[in-house]
Design a protein around this ligand. Structure first.
Ligand code: GLP
Length: 260
């Protein structure tokens, strides 16, 4: 994997979702059959609301697109409100007028999670666009600290703090301790990657991800190896980045490799 440049877009918080949605609308207009991997969580929720509104206006269609889940909990029953497939149906897919050509969930209900992970790894090959969130501990998907750039799609233990979010924020029926995630190796192979980061609480980790030496302590730092990475940050998340104010979108690309 050759190293690239991350393009950083710093957006006012009030405009962040609409601006990222407009970018996705443009991508889909150019390539209706995109294969996109999608995260769950707080960060993308307003983006999904903006995308649904755009689809209802007729500005975009997912009718030929394939949507692939980034990660999913193990140990939560079907229909659990904290499940990633439930969240994506609730916030995006179930609200579209025309459903996507394919929605590729992760089969966490079968008897063999490792086999399900291997199947999802094949689905994750050849992604056009990997849309990603940043965990407060530097994770990407469920690539928790300790994960590296060669990791494939696999069964993982999740950090205790990550599992607790499923219960406290999303009302999971049990606190999950494991999941299946697309690995960094597949995410780095995607033709394009977007890292979505909002809120002051992510500011320090975004700084580490972009400006500290790459490290398994911060798996998101390996995303800098991607040849076409765009970071969509709101002003609060970008506040620790050097010259963030000067880089308000549209701004220049920033070199992120070698690390500074
Ligand atoms: C979660 C999910 C990720 C998500 C990340 C950030 O645990 N597994 O897919 O991107 O953590 O979540 P949030 O946007 O809620 O901060």
């Amino acid at each position: 994997m050759t190293s690239g440049e991350a393009h950083l877009e710093v957006l006012p918080s009030a405009d962040w979702a609409a601006a990222v949605a407009a970018r996705l609308v443009a991508r889909l207009a150019a390539h209706r059959n995109l294969r996109i991997c999608l995260p769950t969580g707080e960060t993308p929720a307003p983006l999904y609301t903006a995308i649904v509104a755009a689809e209802h206006r007729g500005d975009v269609s997912f009718a030929e697109a394939t949507l692939v889940m980034l990660d999913e909990w193990l140990g939560l029953p079907p229909g659990d409100p904290a499940r990633g497939d439930e969240m994506l149906r609730r916030e995006l897919i179930g609200r579209l007028r025309v459903p996507p050509a394919r929605f590729v969930a992760i089969d966490v209900d079968g008897p063999d999670p490792a086999a399900a992970a291997a199947r999802h790894d094949r689905e994750a090959a050849g992604l056009d666009l990997a849309i990603l969130g940043l965990g407060i501990n530097g994770h990407v998907g469920f690539n928790e600290p300790g994960s590296g750039p060669q990791d494939t799609t696999r069964v993982v233990e999740v950090a205790a703090t990550t599992g607790e979010i499923a219960s406290t924020r999303y009302g999971a029926s049990v606190t999950p301790h494991a999941g299946i995630t697309i690995g960094l190796a597949r995410l780095l192979e995607a033709r394009e990657a977007w890292l979505l980061v909002t809120g002051e609480r992510k500011a320090e980790m975004l700084y580490r991800a972009l400006h500290r030496p790459e490290s398994r302590d911060c798996p998101a730092s390996y995303l800098r190896r991607h040849a076409r990475l765009t970071v969509f940050a709101d002003e609060a998340a970008a506040e620790m980045l050097p010259d963030a104010g000067a880089r308000r979108s549209p701004g220049p690309s920033i070199p992120t490799h070698p690390v500074i």
